[in-house]
Design a protein around this ligand. Structure first.
Ligand code: PA5
Length: 358
């Protein structure tokens, strides 16, 4: 008998608004995003940036973390990601600020945009439209428009690649063209390996989702950029599969969360660890993971997924892409529509009422 995730018509019932189609389109989106950024009329930076700040929330903020990972490995500037209404005190006229909101209407991002303008920071706005676009156009601020019409969390290509390519074009990052080409090839391979038409027996994304079904996933990044990817997996599990998942990272979790495993057996029977790993981990990290696995023991299932590729960009995005598929299969198994985000919509509506009253 076919596995549930291989059944004919599974998308029709489990995914009526086409999140799988959007996810399968990700490699093409990535290509379009690079093209948009390469063609965009690049404004000259009036001053030398000393700090890069990315302001964005949820699906629009995570791209800032990915940019930070690239700068940490390859650039010479600090990057801060602000997920709040206010910029840090140090943000000034030598700050390059990316205000990123897929809808263009997120109030925290609009507030940071306004603060950055007041401090004469060098601002670039990225959105598919909305208030952010309207304000940027009215105020003569560079605005990069990305295609609209999909949930922000499926638009990571549009929300990340422009920042990367613009930083390359400003020589704030080295030229990543070769890495970008290889990343695209890997994403295409990932799509074919993890997509819905690859049967369960050959599909690690379907297998991992089945193993996690009914469990509480603890997503452990093995340090560095895997901490960020673990956070992305968590967000995708939350928003697509409508379930809790928690993310942490080595080595930090060896200094606190590791003690939680002492009482884990009494707390819950359904934990599952997914360790997000990299082939070049240090001996210290490998040892930490091995000892942690022994300490977790039979208190939880333990799964490992490995980043692949030569460059950081390949490893970042392929590990991310696998998590996107796992989250969709989990949504199907949980019997929830991965597209809807009712609670987020409700919160935004309540906050909008508050703004209108002021
Ligand atoms: O995935 C989502 O829909 C959310 O996390 C949004 O990205 C978040 O609420 C911010 O909205 P926007 O991306 O439109 O700025």
């Amino acid at each position: 008998m076919a596995h549930l995730l291989d059944e004919q018509g599974v998308l029709h019932t489990a995914d009526p608004r086409g999140m799988m189609a959007l996810t399968l389109d990700f490699p093409s989106q990535y290509e379009r995003a690079v093209a948009i950024a390469l063609e965009w009329r690049l404004p000259a930076l009036p001053r030398e940036p000393r700090l890069v700040v990315v302001s964005g929330m949820g699906g629009s903020g995570i791209g800032g973390d990915y940019l930070r990972a690239l700068f940490e490995a390859l650039g010479n500037l600090p990057v801060l990601v602000v997920r709040d209404y206010h910029l840090p005190h140090c943000a000034d006229d030598h700050t390059l600020l990316f205000a990123v909101s897929y809808s263009g209407n997120t109030e925290e991002t609009l507030a940071c945009y306004a603060e950055a303008r007041a401090r004469n920071a060098m601002v670039v706005a990225i959105s598919s439209g909305g208030e952010l676009q309207a304000r940027a156009q009215m105020e003569g601020i560079p605005h990069l428009q990305v295609p609209s019409g999909q949930p922000p969390r499926t638009a990571l290509g549009y929300l990340l690649l422009p920042m990367v390519v613009l930083c390359e074009r400003w020589h704030l990052l080295p030229n990543l063209e070769q890495a970008r080409i290889r990343t695209l090839q890997r994403l295409v391979q990932g799509r074919d390996h993890w997509g819905i038409s690859t049967p369960y027996e050959q599909n690690p994304a379907k297998q991992l989702a089945s193993a996690l079904h009914g469990k509480l996933p603890l997503l452990y990044g093995s340090g560095s950029y895997r901490a960020i990817v673990a956070t992305r997996w968590k967000g995708q599990f939350n928003e697509n599969a409508k379930q809790h998942a928690f993310a942490n990272t080595f080595p930090e979790l060896n200094h606190n969360e590791i003690l939680g495993w002492v009482g884990a057996k009494q707390q819950a029977k359904n934990f599952a660890v997914v360790a997000l790993r990299d082939p070049d981990e240090s001996i210290q990290t490998r040892t930490r993971i091995e000892v942690t696995r022994q300490l977790v023991g039979d208190a939880a299932d333990w799964h490992e997924v490995w980043a692949e590729g030569e460059s950081l960009l390949e490893r970042l995005l392929t590990l991310t892409y696998l998590g996107d598929f796992v989250s969709l299969y989990l949504a199907y198994l949980n019997g929830v529509d991965p597209y809807t985000i009712d609670y987020i919509d409700r919160l935004k509506a309540e906050l909008a009422k508050l703004m209108n009253r002021e």
